[in-house]
Unconditional design. Structure first.
Ligand code: SF4
Ligand code: SF4
Ligand code: SF4
Lengths: 260, 431
């Protein structure tokens, strides 16, 4: 039987999510026995147009070239999995969508006209059909391996729909919101990290993005009652996962709110 | 004479962390133009950091590079502490070193085994290399793993760790957790020693060039978080003076920002650090190096892989020293009181000097920021090296050979193209 073929593609990103593969260590060698890694620039093989069974996509769409490249990948891939906040929501760099990209470019580069970039940084799913999304900034190895195993066994991968809070309580961490009044984003954040921030006594800053069915309005009120200003709350929504719809909406609502 | 004109473009340089292209034009056996172009799209960090609070900056800048997030967090936090007039405790100082040791091991480990060694031993990838050299790959991956463990000890994860804050760490690791890591480090130390000897025994090209090394220098430490910026040509400045001596500019053929020291290219990174701080290494490292046939300082860029191995070995020794003296502190961080002002942070990222400058307002929010990553500093040096190396190698080699040789030269610098604060697509002028 032929080995399943996989590709790992990079778009606008920090390379952090593909490290979930590179940091596998010796398990990477095992993985390479079981699957044929046909395109993974950081590891060696280059074949960007190869037909594959599974394509993992890291990074957001922020240049005209990327807009085009992602279409080819879709055509050539049976199953497309996006990994990380950049790919699933545009990443932290999507903050440009709320600013003025052209002015920002001018502020940083002397001749911005020679650099081809889009005014927005957007999720892969804004451009092509995505079969499965893995949240997090970064995603971790367990998430990646679980998804690969599912696809190779021809079942659709699934992810828990829980919030960080549930994971945090299950692991028995002291609640930083209750004990220290910290503005923890755990109640509205997607699970998967292992409640890392509460484990060191700090508030979650929502790097895994919005959980499903979150009530951001009542959570906003809750943060207000802890003494945070609207601007501070807006910054918490509009951070790593600023362009994820639930957070964007909640953040923008606060930004445009009239001062009482 | 256009007969001998050739334009060699390497569309994607394999196994560089990030993606770039090299455009080379040769005419009459001379290089007419050479340009290293980078596809990395701008992410505009310096602008969206504006309006953010100090600790948001620490979590945000990590996202500039997944391979060296600690470096970004450290340069940022030192800059903020400078502005807020905070002074850290010896415990925090040590833990930051420990954290940095982990990142050097992680980043160098990846580079040596996944990127550089397959080059020197002529394999297309680490996967292919592992079939013939399983023990080398196993050793490398084990040391790399130890680096990740160290990062996780203080930061809970190795990519965008969550443990560091302005003023120190959110929590102190338990002594039992430190002990577990320490035991493994002590057990594995001989492997790092072997790594140094193995890297020195690789078939490294013998080619020396004239270049200036630049790094931090500290009164008694091998530099990581603190020191003055020095060069082997007499530069010796405070980090706040960076701007006056090391200038970012745009070269005529390119939109990429390149850094020059008094108008000339310079080198940052492990080889530069080692060249300038060899005397700051403990005797154990000197002893191992004495057995190898390579002496530092060196002007052979191909010795970079040895420099990285040496730094892995050093990082292990340093980590062991710190962990052996580990005691739980009364507080893992010092309190923070925002103040308005301008501050600088400069630390030694795995790939070299990483300089940050921030201005904060009285409300404790960023009003402006500037970040100069190591790769943009090495950019001009890489091109200079390529010109010399390719001439020396012989331009009459086949395109495929020239391509391979260029890739090897570039990889000595371990260009992290995700230092995307300043990396752009380069436009090549054709005529
Ligand atoms: S999601 Fe985060 S970790 Fe992943 S590539 Fe984007 S910035 Fe890096
Ligand atoms: S610390 Fe945060 S994640 Fe944990 S239970 Fe409290 S609010 Fe939820
Ligand atoms: S910010 Fe939240 S989601 Fe991200 S690691 Fe911390 S606890 Fe987990």
């Amino acid at each position: 039987m032929e080995k399943p073929r996989i590709a790992i593609h990079k778009f606008t990103s920090c390379d952090g999510c593909q490290l979930a593969f590179l940091h596998l260590g010796e398990d990477l060698l095992d993985l390479a026995e079981k699957v044929d890694i046909v395109h993974f620039v950081e590891m060696g093989p280059i074949n960007p147009l190869a037909k594959v069974d599974v394509a993992y996509i890291e990074g957001s769409i922020s240049t005209p070239e990327e807009k085009e490249r992602i279409q080819h990948i879709r055509t050539n891939s049976r199953y497309v999995i996006t990994i990380g906040a950049c790919a699933t929501a545009g990443g932290i760099q999507a903050l440009r969508n709320l600013g003025n990209t052209q002015e920002w470019m001018k502020a940083i580069y002397a001749t911005p006209d020679t650099i081809s970039t889009l005014n927005t940084s957007t999720a892969i799913s804004d451009h092509i059909k995505v079969d499965f999304e893995i949240y997090g900034c970064p995603v971790n190895t367990q998430q990646i391996l679980a998804s690969l195993l599912s696809v190779l066994n021809k079942v659709n991968p699934t992810a828990s729909k829980d919030k960080v809070c549930l994971e945090c309580k299950r692991l028995g961490y002291t609640c930083v919101m209750v004990t220290k009044g910290e503005p923890c984003m755990g109640p509205v954040t997607h699970t998967g990290c292992g409640a890392l921030c509460p484990s060191v006594g700090r508030a979650c800053y929502a790097c895994y993005g919005p959980a499903e069915n979150t009530n951001t309005a009542s959570f906003t009120q809750w943060l207000s009652s802890l003494g945070l200003s609207d601007a501070e709350i807006a910054r918490r929504f509009l951070f790593i996962q600023n362009n994820a719809p639930a957070f964007k909406e909640a953040g923008l609502k606060l930004r445009t709110k009239k001062k009482p | 004479m256009t007969d001998s004109f050739k334009d060699l473009s390497i569309p994607i340089i394999a196994r560089v962390e990030g993606e770039g292209a090299l455009h080379l034009q040769i005419r009459d056996n001379a290089i007419q133009s050479l340009a290293l172009s980078i596809y990395e799209p701008p992410r505009l960090f310096e602008k969206f950091l504006e309006g953010r609070s100090a600790n948001e900056v620490v979590d945000a800048v990590a996202r500039i590079c997944g391979i060296c997030p600690v470096a970004y967090q450290m340069s940022a936090t030192h800059a903020v502490e400078h502005i807020f007039e905070m002074s850290i405790t010896p415990w925090i100082h040590d833990m930051r070193r420990l954290f940095y040791c982990g990142e050097w091991m992680e980043s160098h480990g990846l580079h040596i085994h996944l990127l550089a060694a397959p080059d020197f031993l002529k394999y297309p990838s680490v996967i292919a290399m592992a079939k013939d050299h399983p023990e080398v790959v196993k050793r490398g991956m084990h040391l790399h793993r130890l680096g990740l463990d160290l990062m996780s000890l203080l930061g809970k994860r190795s990519v965008h760790p969550v443990g560091a804050c302005v003023g120190g760490f959110y929590a102190a690791p338990k002594p039992s957790a430190v002990k577990t890591v320490l035991t493994e480090f002590k057990r594995s130390l001989p492997l790092a020693e072997e790594l140094v000897q193995w890297s020195a025994s690789l078939p490294l090209a013998k080619s020396t060039q004239t270049f200036t090394s630049v790094s931090l220098r500290h009164p008694h430490e091998y530099p990581m978080n603190a020191g003055r910026i020095v060069s082997d040509q007499g530069l010796d400045i405070d980090i706040s003076e960076f701007d006056q001596h090391l200038k970012e500019s745009q070269v005529p053929y390119s939109t990429a920002l390149q850094c020059h020291l008094h108008g000339k290219p310079y080198l940052v990174g492990p080889l530069a650090r080692l060249n300038l701080n060899f005397d700051r290494l403990p005797s154990a490292v000197h002893t191992v190096l004495d057995r190898c046939k390579i002496t530092f300082p060196t002007q052979n860029m191909f010795h970079s892989i040895v420099a990285r191995s040496v730094e892995i070995y050093y990082a292990m020794l340093e980590a062991i020293r710190i962990m052996e003296n580990y005691v739980e502190p009364t507080a893992p961080c010092v309190p923070l009181t925002p103040r308005a002002g301008i501050g600088f942070g400069c630390t030694e990222a795995p790939r070299g000097l990483l300089w940050h400058r921030y201005a904060f307002n009285a409300a404790g929010l960023v009003t402006s920021s500037r970040i100069v990553p190591p790769t943009s500093q090495n950019q001009a040096r890489i091109e200079e090296d390529l010109r010399q190396s390719l001439m020396h190698y012989g331009l009459d080699h086949s395109d495929a050979d020239l391509r391979l040789h260029s890739e090897m030269v570039i990889r000595n610098y371990d260009p992290c193209i995700s230092c995307s604060t300043h990396f752009l697509t380069l436009k090549v002028k054709r005529w």
